[in-house]
Every structure is written in C-alpha cells, then in structure tokens.
Design a protein around this ligand. Sequence first.
Ligand SMILES: Cc1cc2nc3c(=O)[nH]c(=O)nc-3n(C[C@H](O)[C@H](O)[C@H](O)COP(=O)(O)O)c2cc1C
Length: 200
Amino acid sequence: MEFQDVLRRRRMVRHFTDEPVADEIVEEILAAALRAPSAGYSQGYALLVLREPGDRARFWASQPPTEQGAWEPAVRAAIMRATVLVAVLASKDTYLDRYAQPDKGWTDRDESRWPVPYWYVDAGFLALLMLLASVDLGLGALLFGLIPEDIPAFRAEFGVPDGYDPIGCVAIGHEDPAAPRRDLRPRRRPAEELVHRGSW
Ligand SMILES: Cc1cc2nc3c(=O)[nH]c(=O)nc-3n(C[C@H](O)[C@H](O)[C@H](O)COP(=O)(O)O)c2cc1C
C-alpha cells in the first residue's frame, strides 16, 4: 500500500472479527515496531505479545470494565475479539544506563537532564509503527491505555518486571466490515492552529 494511503486509512479500530491473524503477519508487525528510532539507540522498550485465547482472557481479566471507562460494553466486547494484543513497555533505567555510558557521560543519572522522558517517546514510536504496519497489511489496530489501578494486576499476571512501564496496549485484528465509523472531521483542529511557521 502507498504510504500516503496508509496514513489516510489509519484510524483506531474498535470493532474486530475473531478471524485469526497469520503468524507471518504478526511477525511483520513486530519487526516494523523494532525499526523505531530510539534516543541514544537505547532501545529501552519491550513488547509483550498475547495471542493465545487464554493469555488474552487473562489480560482482559486484569483490566476489568470501569465506571469511568470510555468504552460501552458492546464496544469493549468488540475490542476483545481482536486476536492479537501487544503491550508496549518502556524501561526508564535502560535509558539512564545508556546515557551514563562514556559517549554520553551522564553518570549521575540525573533525570532533570531529560527534556522529556524519552523512554515514553520511543515506546510511542513502536506503537505507531505497529498501527501503521497493521493498516499496510490490511488489518485494523487500536492503541489503548491501561487504567493505572489495574497495572499492578497486569504486572502480576504476566510477570512484568517493576522497571518496565506499560505505555499502552495495541489490539490488532481484522476489522469488522460492519463497524461504525466515527466522523472526527468536525473535531479536527485546523492545521493553522497547530503548525506555527517562523514564530509562534
Ligand atoms: C496515547 C494514546 C492513548 C489512547 N488511549 C485510548 C484508549 O484508552 N481507549 C480508546 O478507545 N482510544 C484510545 N486512543 C485513541 C484515540 O482516542 C484516537 O487516536 C483519537 O480519537 C483519534 O482517532 P483516530 O486515531 O481514529 O484518528 C488513544 C490514542 C493515543 C495516541
């Protein structure tokens, strides 16, 4: 698919069918994620891939529906049909260690040196590449955040080490052709409001 078409078609998909995704397609999406740039080439991230129905069920059980959750029950059920879940995790320590190396020299590991937490920036790149690769391969995908209170249950269920923070989870699968499409165009902020040229 042309890159411009991938960009145009990429939307967050919240209605999946339960049709499985072929192994090689999943591998292609994961490989795309690992092409992401990373500050200092730190690569302080990890992906937890859940494809077995039992593993996905354990994930969803660790993330029960919440009062303040934005998903209607039917939408949650349609998201849960996605046959691939990839949790994206960021490791701050990997960055602090990398930047304490001689070519960087921040041996005090002082976090105030960081303009923003690059470990989260980079993990976001992985997620975006998976979203784009999914579209390119004819699939749909959704990036969603974990509810902070449910992160300990997620960690415990899957043995995620303390130093790895889940920045979100990407659900990937075949989009339900009957899925409703949200029209976000009225809410789209004009480019002139967002892009400043020459000065703010
Ligand atoms: C960091 C991040 C977190 C998001 N978390 C959620 C989420 O928890 N649940 C959800 O339904 N959508 C989530 N979204 C999707 C956004 O709502 C969506 O990208 C936005 O409304 C624009 O729609 P589009 O991606 O279809 O163009 C998230 C997106 C990003 C980038």
